[in-house]
Design a protein around this ligand. Structure first.
Ligand SMILES: [Zn+2]
Length: 156
């Protein structure tokens, strides 16, 4: 048990959990529309032999808080940590609106994601996807360089 060991109920996921594993709150607590889009995409990706593993999905505020604390230690300052990890108040993971996918899914979504409304949001996080329904017709919006550029991340 390391300090990054969190409980299943906080949204922590073991290796090899897929977008179909409802048993894990980290998957089941995702926004229903996001989860539906992911499952449709994953079903199509399976035909290409690609599996959608989930590294992180929904997270409890406590889990997010600990990730942020660890990021501040790792990156040396609150400002630098903010380029990688959001606060419990602003994180789209805490609200169930973001997913960090495994390597194979990442490559597949980079090519096909927009068709399902699944978009990479931050240039520095090729694993982080959110639902942008308009992407189906308009393509994905331009990416932010990193989360600190995202207006949603600014606290009032
Ligand atoms: Zn993420």
């Amino acid at each position: 048990m390391g300090r990054t060991e969190f409980s299943k109920g906080d949204g922590a996921l073991p290796d090899k959990v897929t977008v179909f594993d409802d048993d894990y709150p980290g998957v089941a607590n995702l926004d229903a529309a996001l989860l539906a889009a992911l499952r449709t995409a994953a079903t199509d990706a399976a035909e290409d032999g690609v599996k959608f593993f989930v590294n992180s999905g929904w997270r409890s505020p406590e889990y997010q808080k600990r990730l942020l604390r660890e990021a501040v230690i790792k990156h040396g300052s609150v400002e630098e940590a903010a380029r990688w990890v959001a606060t419990p108040e602003t994180s789209p993971h805490v609200s169930g609106n973001a997913i960090d996918v495994g390597f194979e899914a990442r490559a597949w979504l980079a090519t096909h994601g927009a068709r399902y409304g699944l978009c990479q949001i931050y240039a520095n996080e090729p694993w982080h996807y959110e639902l942008r329904p308009q992407a189906v017709t308009d393509g994905c919006p331009p990416m932010y360089a990193d989360p600190s550029q995202d207006p949603r991340m600014r606290r009032a």
